[in-house]
Design a protein around this ligand. Structure first.
Ligand SMILES: NC(=O)c1ccc[n+]([C@@H]2O[C@H](COP(=O)([O-])OP(=O)(O)OC[C@H]3O[C@@H](n4cnc5c(N)ncnc54)[C@H](O)[C@@H]3O)[C@@H](O)[C@H]2O)c1
Length: 356
């Protein structure tokens, strides 16, 4: 039998304790959590005790972990401003990296990440979990039959607390509201809506118009993001995100094509995860037959994302979310910010077009 992948965790906070932990528990044959790093001792202890990680393998400094623990892969789940530095250090230590979104806070950092993972020849991927939800995976099997997509729209709305202070009882709110930590609505929340709608449109974005602004909350990052994107296949999409409006229907994503439409509800129960419209049938709720119970009820998609990613790493195969996909998502976000300040459409060039 093959030995399990030796996994180190950098960051043991909210998303790891709730969602990643559930995914790891379902993967005990494939993955063994070998070492942990976090600057908050309580978080280190919580995850360490949950996965029986020996105390000598629990580190306050992730660099110490990389230097001393025998690891094959690390997952990074820390505030956004730390991702680039931590991915690069891990790549230089020769381990594969699974990073939570976003890849980095800007494209300059993203370029440095790509250079480091190429130079060290280590696999690298970013968590785009929404395309692994049951609804989205079935939606992707419908795309061919629906023909050429012309219009997509995607929304994620909600109310964040107005108290974003650094001593907020939930520190995850404090860093998300800080420019220095790489926070903001577009890069934190709308991030998912952007790659979701791009997936259904089956085409990269070429031009972005946007307003990414601070409308309501007393913070130094955006709390609202409205994007109008033109895709390379000529399709148009809108993405709407907000931290300052009541979220009546949470997050969803639609795609309208020549032969019909799809609507995927994110963060939703399975009962209404996916609907399809055709002229013959009207709107119809689709069954999600190919999923076992654990994955059908995995609203965030993390369980399936981690399973497919670790299986790919174990087999030496390509990871399902490529670095290029994560880079493109960040390029759209950077273009949206630029479109806001310059009040014009911004063209997105691929890295190879930028070089030429
Ligand atoms: N894919 C998703 O659906 C999803 C959902 C939530 C969060 N996330 C992502 O996960 C990441 C973490 O978010 P969160 O909600 O868990 O935040 P969090 O604040 O709850 O957790 C962050 C953790 O990082 C630790 N940390 C901070 N500095 C560190 C350092 N230098 N070294 C090691 N650990 C350090 C903190 O102590 C904390 O335990 C972010 O990138 C976020 O965007 C993704």
């Amino acid at each position: 039998m093959k030995k399990p992948i030796r996994l180190g965790l950098i960051g043991c906070g909210g998303i790891v304790q709730i969602t990643h932990a559930r995914a790891y528990r379902a993967l005990t044959d494939t993955v063994q959590i070998t070492a942990l790093a976090d600057v908050v001792p309580e978080n280190l202890q919580k995850i360490g005790d949950m996965f029986d990680v020996p105390t000598e393998n629990r580190y306050a400094d992730y660099r110490e972990m990389l230097a001393h623990a025998a690891l094959d892969v690390v997952t990074i789940a820390t505030p956004h401003s730390l991702h680039a530095e931590q991915v690069i250090e891990a790549a230089n230590a020769g381990v594969a990296v699974i990073s939570e979104k976003p890849m980095a806070t800007n494209l300059e950092e993203a370029d440095a990440i790509l250079a480091a993972v190429r130079q060290n020849d280590v696999p690298y991927t970013v968590v785009h979990n929404y395309i692994f939800t049951a609804g989205m995976r079935v939606a992707m099997t419908e795309l061919d039959a629906l023909g050429k997509p012309h219009f997509g729209r995607s929304t994620g709305m909600g109310l964040k607390p107005t108290d974003f202070s650094a001593d907020h009882p939930t520190p995850a709110f404090a860093w998300r509201a800080s420019k220095a930590k790489g926070g903001g609505c577009i890069i934190d929340t709308s991030y998912h809506e952007i790659y979701s709608v791009c997936t259904l449109m089956q085409s990269p974005v070429r031009y972005v118009e946007a307003r990414v602004q601070t409308m309501h909350l007393d913070i130094d990052v955006d709390d609202i993001a409205m994007l109008l994107c033109e895709h390379e296949n000529g399709g148009i999409t809108t993405v709407a995100g907000a931290w300052c409006v009541p979220g009546t229907d949470s997050g969803w994503c639609e795609m309208h094509a020549e032969n019909g439409s799809l609507r995927v509800n994110h963060r939703h129960n399975v009962a209404d995860a996916l609907r399809r419209f055709t002229r013959a049938e009207g709107w119809k709720q689709l069954e999600l037959p190919e999923f076992d119970e654990a994955e059908r009820t995995d609203a965030s998609g993390h369980a399936r994302y981690f399973r497919e990613t670790f299986n790919a790493l174990a087999a030496g195969a390509a990871v399902p979310v490529s670095p290029e996909m994560a880079y493109h998502n960040l390029a759209i976000i950077e273009a949206a910010r630029k479109a806001t300040t310059e009040r014009r459409a911004i063209e997105i060039l691929s890295p190879s077009e930028q070089r030429s």
